[in-house]
Every structure is written in C-alpha cells, then in structure tokens.
Design a protein around this ligand. Structure first.
Ligand SMILES: [Zn+2]
Length: 294
C-alpha cells in the first residue's frame, strides 16, 4: 500500500470512530434525558397534584379576595352620621334655643304619621314623602295623602258648622325652602325671633308633609289672630276628631321650643290626636322628649 492510500485509510478509520462515538453518546444522552425529564401531569404523584391544586386555589382565592375587597369598598356608601353635630356652642334666646347649636338626631321616617321632628330631631336634606297630593281649598299646596283627606273632611265640617271653611296657606315644604324661610326670618326680623318661630332646615314638620299653616277661608295671611276667629276656635276645639293637633301652644313652649302658634296644625292620626287632646299633652311630652333647658 502506498503512502497516499495509508493516509486515506487513517482518515476513514478516524471518521468511523467519530461516528461510532457520536452514536454511543446520543443513545446515552437519550437515556439520561428520559431519566431526568419532568414527570408529565397525568402521571404526577398525588401529593404533587394536591400541592399544585392548592397552589392554584390559593392564587384564585387571593384574586377573588382582592376583587371582593375592591368591590366592597366601591359598593359601600360613605357612612352617614346618625346625628348632626352643632355648628356652635349651645345658645339660648329668651328660653328658645338656637337650633344650629343643637346636636340633632337624624330621623328616617318609615311612613308613620306619628313621627317626631323638632329642633332635636332632623330630617335629611333629600327627604320628601312619596305620597304628597294637592287637597282642595289649598291652592298649590300639598300634604301627604292621609293628612290631605283629613284636611278636606275638617274643611267640610267647619264649613257646615261655622258657615266658613279653612284655607291651607302652607303644607309640605322642602328642605331648601325651609332654609330660605329660616334665613330670611333671621336676617329680616332677628335671630331671637327665628329661634322661637321658625324651624331650621331639616327640623320642620312641614318637610314631613304632615303640618299645615291655615287661615279662615278668604284670607291668605298667617296670623296670631286666627285663634280669635270663629273658624280658628272651631278648628282648635275639633281638630283632634280629624287627626290634627294644635302643635305649638303657649303652655308648652318650654317643652316644644316654640312660641304659641295659632295657625300651625300637625296631623298625627285620630287615635294619637285624641289621646294628646284628652290629656292636654304636647307631642314632646308624649314621647318624653321635651327640649332640655340649660
Ligand atoms: Zn307651620
């Protein structure tokens, strides 16, 4: 064999050796890979499955909790206080307290006609009865349906017995209208006058749709003189038969926090009105919620 062929032979042997070595390595590597390969899910040992499941649940729960927490925060309205803080130190004028200096409890009416609203018990700004109607002999004024029907019945009886009916000058009043009235009284008359005669916004029975300021038919003036008229005296004597009370009487000023008002009547239903009249009792005394004098 010549030198040239010897060289070719050597190269061929080297190549074969390399191919053999590569084949052996590949087989070994495959075998090793099978041993080290991750176990597929369908053959995963149960304890590992459980761990995986727990992990998934944990993640899901965490997500749900996060979502829930976020939703709860969004769905919860700002908690409303159940009372209104006074905006000044308690201040009295001749036995009548400035309502703005009183901590008033917030009242949420449930429809009952016997609800108490005064300087110490306030309605919220947005409260408006859902059954307001416009009775006869009342211009554009409104009352809650039950009170309106009682008012019309009282008108008919008064007209029949006295020969003259009554007129509803002011019935339901909104929070904002009451605010205008109190502010106007305070500015035009005096703060002391407003405190004994005008309810502060939110603390007026007129916002309940159960209070009314009345005059003899033919008049549209709110006056102390109403109590001296035949109509006024008849209404004072018979109103309880129709479910009304004359709410602010001079004899109860220290209990109610208001001066005598001949024109202001409040509907509470025949049963309570009769009970209060027979016992000569203010609504505050009935509820044992008379105003607190210093
Ligand atoms: Zn009134």
């Amino acid at each position: 064999m010549g030198k040239k062929y010897g060289r070719y032979f050597t190269r061929l042997v080297t190549l074969l050796c390399l191919l053999f070595a590569t084949g052996v390595f590949t087989v070994y590597a495959n075998s090793l890979q099978k041993k080290l390969a991750p176990v597929s899910a369908d053959v995963m040992p149960s304890d590992q499955l459980a761990t995986a499941a727990t992990t998934e649940t944990a993640i899901t729960t965490t997500t749900e909790e996060t979502t829930e927490a976020t939703t709860t925060v969004e769905a919860t309205p700002t908690p409303e206080p159940d009372y209104v803080e006074p905006i000044m130190k308690e201040t009295w004028y001749n036995g009548y307290v400035d309502p703005r200096s009183i901590r008033a409890e917030i009242v949420v009416p449930d429809g009952a006609v016997t609800v108490l609203v005064n300087k110490y018990y306030t309605l919220t700004e947005d409260y408006e009865p859902d059954d307001l109607v416009n009775p006869k002999h009342a211009g554009e004024q409104k009352l809650r349906k039950e009170a309106a029907e009682a008012y019309e019945a009282m008108y008919d009886a008064c007209k029949a017995e006295v020969g003259q009916g009554i007129y509803l000058i002011s019935g339901y009043r909104s929070f904002s209208l009451q605010k205008t009235l109190f502010t106007r009284s305070m500015n035009k008359r005096s703060l002391a006058f407003a405190c004994k005669r005008n309810a502060y916004q939110g603390r007026s029975e007129h916002q309940l749709g159960l209070a009314m300021d009345i005059s003899p038919e033919g008049s549209t003036v709110i006056s102390d003189d109403f109590g001296k008229t035949k109509v006024g005296q008849w209404v004072d004597a018979h109103c309880h038969e129709f479910g009304f009370i004359r709410r602010f009487q001079g004899q109860w000023s220290e209990e109610t926090g208001y001066d005598n008002e001949a024109w202001h009547y409040r509907y509470v239903g025949v049963e309570l009105a009769t009970h209060l009249t027979e016992n000569n009792m203010s609504l505050e005394a009935y509820y044992d919620k008379c105003q607190v004098m210093p």
